[in-house]
Design a protein. Structure first.
Length: 204
């Protein structure tokens, strides 16, 4: 696969095939409704870049930096994200299929009402993973720290959370369909009791 090095700019409705964006400051650029196929973005600053309704297929994103990366209602298919440091990622209403995220730090990932299929997070630090109202099939977390997970109204199928250090879970009833460890179950017991309306007291 031979890539063409480009310097941008990103434009709404752009069509990018076999292009490499490397070492660029793309801050504030608008790539809404654009299409990226077999592209590479590496060592770029993408602060306040808009990927609203964009489509990314067979792409690799490596060492990207952003305070906010906007990607609502976007489509990501066969995408690898490596060692990125992102603040807020408004990804709500997006569709992610066969997406792998390796390493890096993401402060707030908003996947509300999104659809995730065959997604993996490996070795990531996530401040807040918001899956409220999302439809999630075969999500795996491996060696991750998630400080807050929101699964309010989420629909989970074959979701494996055993590889995550979960500090807080909101909407705990939405965990149905997930697999957790016995240790995680003990940590979540007070929240589960509250959800079920149980009162836990000393033995008599």
């Amino acid at each position: 696969m031979e890539l063409t090095d480009v310097a941008g700019p990103l434009e709404p409705g752009g069509d990018h095939d076999l292009e490499r964006f490397a070492g660029l400051d793309l801050s504030g650029q608008d790539s809404s409704d654009a299409r990226f196929t077999e592209c590479v973005l590496e060592d770029c600053t993408v602060d306040d870049v808009h990927l609203d309704d964009a489509r990314l297929v067979d792409c690799t994103l490596t060492r990207l930096h952003a305070g906010t990366l906007h990607a609502p209602a976007s489509t990501w298919q066969d995408v690898v994200v490596r060692d990125c440091r992102l603040g807020a990622v408004p990804w709500f209403g997006a569709e992610l299929t066969r997406v792998e995220v390796h390493g890096g730090k993401l402060d707030y990932v908003n996947l509300r009402d999104a659809e995730l299929t065959d997604v993996g997070l490996d070795g990531c630090v996530v401040g807040e993973l918001d899956l409220a109202g999302a439809r999630v099939t075969r999500l795996v977390l491996r060696g991750c720290t998630v400080r807050r997970l929101d699964v309010t109204r989420a629909t989970l199928r074959d979701v494996d959370l055993r590889g995550a250090d979960l500090s807080r879970v909101d909407g705990i009833g939405g965990l149905a369909g997930a697999t957790i460890t016995e240790e995680q179950l003990l940590d979540l017991a007070p929240a589960l009791a509250g959800h079920l309306g149980l009162t836990v007291g000393p033995p008599r």
